[in-house]
Design a protein around this ligand. Sequence first.
Ligand code: PLP
Length: 455
Amino acid sequence: MSSTLQKDQASKPSTDRLAKQKKLYERAMELIPGGTQLISRRPTRFAHGVSPIFADRGKGARIWDIDGNEYIDWVSGIGSIILGYADDVVDDAVKSQIDKGTNFSITHELEVELAEELVSTIPCAEMVRYTRCGGEACAVAIRIARGSTGRDKVLFCGYHGWHDWYLAANHVEGNLNDHLFSGIEPTGVPKGLTGTCFPFPYGELAALGELLEKHKGQVAAVIMEPMRSELPPEGYLAGVQKLAKEHNTVLIFDEVSTGFRLSEGGSQKALGVTPDMAVFAKSISNGYAMGAVVGKRDVMEPAARMFISSTYWGEAVGLIAALTTLREIKKRNVPKYLLGFGEQLQKELNAVAKETGMPVEMTGHPIHPHWSFTVEDAEQKAILPTLYVQEMAKRGNHGYASFYLNASQGPAELEQVTAAAREVFSLLVEGIAKNNLKSMMECEMQKEYFKRLVR
Ligand SMILES: Cc1ncc(COP(=O)(O)O)c(C=O)c1O
């Protein structure tokens, strides 16, 4: 996007800029409960009124909304895009598979080929099952762990999807507060599942040990996000593994969010701790619907005698998309690229913050950095993330205050985001000084901020 185009887009009133999509959103709200399929895609999670709502297309690092506005997508399809939108290599492989048929009454050879790829790449993978998305992969993993151990209880840390086994935790009020977002009601989840699923705090081995003792001999699985945007404390994951072993419980890493950004073998390879099982989705297939449950033979093999079955888990588009994406991640050395790009992004954006005097710092691991607003005043602190999202969207940068990187982001995106941040921070610094941030709001305050224990 040229800087003239960026200025034009920023100066257009958002009612004009988003005219078509605002009307369409009214229709969506009439027809679709909640308006979107994914909570993280709800317009109220961005700057509702200014941020784009409906995508028309994407290519590389960029997306276009249905009103024709162009943006760099800094959240990469909420983490599902790792190579870039409409990647030619992945899409060509998908298109040629479409020409050959996609879902058959007999199984497809790609199931085995992808399993071999996963087993040769991910440390804990000796056997493999597939799903279509991350929440489903977590549910399958929990079923397998329960079936393999003959136990019912689950200890968890992080976000693991929408299924009953997980949301049941909130039949005891507040259990998900630090893991999902506060105030969530487990409406529709059977109360009979109360007391089957318990949270444990990230980084605190003693708390996990106490829970395992309290439910001794009953815990089927310890499932956790091994990291999100910070590296785990030294020795923590090894400590979790030791506790899980002592209690004969299955350790599952949920790598749906981190995926293959940290290493081509998943974060377990980079972090040096091999769990019993792991789940992957999102970046495994560059946006196509696909998920995988992988694990050690002794835990996975009993799944052959469990009823875990779906018509679409062996559908060939997801399989070929995953196989091609995983090969391209290796070929292009994506983890190394993302690390370098993320470091550069952090360095340049932090320099802009300093230069403009903006009380904000970009922290977190470079593959998943996020802004921390350091202003003292509580009201200003609450408004700033929404205003940041609002002003960046007007300048062609879509996202939250945290970033998911992809390999199509490069020097042009770096230049555009730093130029936009320079303008936006200057505006915000003035708003802070004059104490008139509220009057700068052209949108609703962000809602349902996805509060994660595992940052
Ligand atoms: C760690 C983790 N697990 C599970 C899920 C659920 O994945 P999906 O939305 O594909 O069902 C997510 C999604 O954000 C996730 O981040």
